[in-house]
Design a protein around this ligand. Structure first.
Ligand code: ADP
Length: 249
């Protein structure tokens, strides 16, 4: 079957719900979740050379180099489970990354669509400070009910596998502020870039409603664009390849 390739780019500030939404949307769009932050954290967890190189950058809330991230994404795009629709989370984050991405997409005939989740920064700071993550399955939780991730049924324990939840080292107030500054300086200006390049672009209020309500809205918004013949073939399910999001973050 002739697969047409499309990429949903989930765009927004740290804590706007990109990761939570991407996890939920893998089912609705039959597409793997490709999160550059997750890929980098996997290398850190493995303790390999790349992981050792980037660990201090992530801890400080700064961005890793464009060349490195571009290479990781390019390799990921060529994996078997990424040949239909894909969901990108946390990429692109700078103008050089956005340019590289469009070149990669052009070469592979991948059509992008951007969904921008807009959330008030005060809400974001509250969300990120209360965010917990399962180190085994990557599910995101919140200690507070904030219209973002949900609280676990038993405090501190993952609903799905019983693992003890952790706080990401960069989810502390000083580093959260730094990440928001990086977003303002380097990432937010990409909205104009996408629009100038004619990339389909949608904005959604990411602070208004429970995660499931927001994912239904995104799904309804982008399915017509991703849902042309062949676009939502469940490639990941057929190939048996696990989405990246299923690995530990
Ligand atoms: P958040 O969106 O909540 O900041 P992510 O998991 O997307 O979380 O990213 C965590 C960190 O990983 C970033 O602060 C940055 O250091 C690094 N990172 C992730 N994606 C990129 C990227 N596209 N370019 C540069 N650095 C990145």
């Amino acid at each position: 079957m002739n697969q047409v390739r499309t990429a949903l780019i989930l765009f927004g500030a740290p804590g706007s719900g990109k990761g939570t939404q991407a996890q939920r949307l893998t089912t609705c769009l039959h597409a793997p979740h490709i999160a550059t932050g997750d890929i980098l954290r996997q290398h850190i967890q493995l303790g390999d050379q790349l992981g050792r190189e980037v660990e201090s950058v992530l801890k400080a809330g700064l961005l890793v180099t464009d060349d490195l991230v571009n290479k990781l994404v390019e390799e990921r795009l060529d994996r078997e489970d990424a040949q239909g629709a894909i969901i990108l989370d946390g990429y692109p984050r700078t103008a050089p990354q956005a340019g590289a991405m469009l070149r990669m997409f052009e070469a592979r005939k991948i059509a992008p669509v951007v969904v921008h989740l807009k959330v008030d920064y005060n809400r974001i700071i509250k969300r990120l400070s209360g965010r917990r993550v399962c180190p085994v399955c990557g599910t995101l939780y919140s200690t507070v009910s904030s219209g973002g991730s949900h609280p676990p049924k038993i405090e501190g324990i993952c609903d799905l596998d019983g693992a003890r939840l952790i706080t990401r080292p960069d989810d502390n107030p000083a580093v959260i502020r730094r990440r928001l500054e990086e977003y303002d300086m380097q990432t937010k200006p990409l909205v104009e870039y996408f629009q100038s390049r004619g990339v389909p672009y949608h904005e959604l209020d990411g602070g208004d409603g429970a995660p499931e309500v927001i994912s239904e809205r995104i799904c309804a918004l982008v399915r017509p664009e991703l849902g042309k013949p062949g676009l939502v073939e469940p490639v990941a399910a057929k190939s048996g390849v696990k989405p990246v999001s299923a690995a530990a973050r």
